[in-house]
Design a protein around this ligand. Structure first.
Ligand code: C5P
Length: 256
């Protein structure tokens, strides 16, 4: 089974969230950041405004895409939506683990089936555990009484048992995911990442890019810290540099 590539270089590990209103802005960012970041994340804002054409366009100019639509519906609908997302040629797509085991299993089967039948690299299908904007109060409001940590561990285990390739989780929860799921190639994608100097916005469980790499993130997602920077390309380069240093330190400490 061919898979979309795993991150090889440190640049590959940086995913930029194209949380913008228009195709024009997305195009400008792709041109400025192309080759300097590993992937572009297209989420519900840009997808709702511009539709699947923007996904095709980013892929068409050589960008890899993480389609972050966090599907959560009845199993049949989610499986069908994932099949269409895979057909667009994205590298990663996601569903909400809270949608349950059957929903995730059916989605994984649909993605595998369409990739085999139509002969393209199977994208990675990952599950959102607990949003990085959520805290104990947010969980309580929707009737979840377990701690964030227990909830993340349970949803990560369920995602793995349902055939998914990894999870989206806060960098604070990487260790919990690794302990809950023993599989070495289970990827952890972490949003809620900001350099020291940048405001937290609505994210409650944040970490710096270096700390997220140190904690074992396979990919880090950065949105506003790059998009709102006066020079997004420079901001991305600085983040890659910080990640590189963290990886170097990690390699160093594992040698001693
Ligand atoms: O601007 P910022 O860096 O906070 O953007 C984070 C991005 O990651 C947003 O596009 C948001 O939708 C996404 N995301 C998140 N938490 C998750 C999953 C995705 O913040 N658990």
């Amino acid at each position: 089974m061919r898979h979309a590539t795993m991150p090889d270089t440190i640049v590959d590990k940086l995913i930029v969230a194209l949380d913008v209103e228009t195709v024009r802005e997305a195009r400008e960012l792709c041109a400025a950041l192309g080759g300097r970041v590993g992937m572009f994340k297209i989420g519900s804002q840009l997808f709702t405004a511009a539709g699947p054409d923007v996904v095709r366009e980013v892929i068409g100019v050589g960008g890899r895409v993480f389609l972050d639509l966090k599907f959560h519906d009845i199993p049949n609908t989610v499986a069908a939506a994932c099949r269409e997302a895979a057909r667009l040629g994205v590298s990663i797509l996601n569903v909400h683990a809270a949608g349950g085991g059957e929903m995730m299993r059916r989605a994984a089967e649909a993605v595998t089936e369409v990739a085999e039948r139509e002969g393209f690299a199977r994208p990675r299908l990952i599950a959102v555990t607990v949003l990085t904007s959520a805290d104990a109060t947010t969980l309580g409001e929707v009737g979840v009484t377990s701690t964030i940590q227990d909830r993340v561990a349970a949803l990560a285990r369920l995602a793995e048992r349902s055939g998914l390739d990894g999870v989206v989780a806060s960098p604070h929860e990487i260790k919990i995911v690794r302990e809950a799921v023993g599989r070495a190639n289970f990827i952890v994608v972490t949003p809620g990442v900001r350099p020291e100097s940048v405001a937290h916005d609505d994210q409650k469980r944040v970490m710096t890019p270096a700390a997220a790499i140190h904690a074992g993130a396979d990919y880090v997602v950065v949105g506003r810290a790059i998009l709102k920077a006066p020079d997004p390309a420079r901001a991305a380069a600085e983040i890659v540099e910080q990640m590189e240093q963290a990886e170097g330190q990690q390699a160093e400490s594992s040698r001693v």
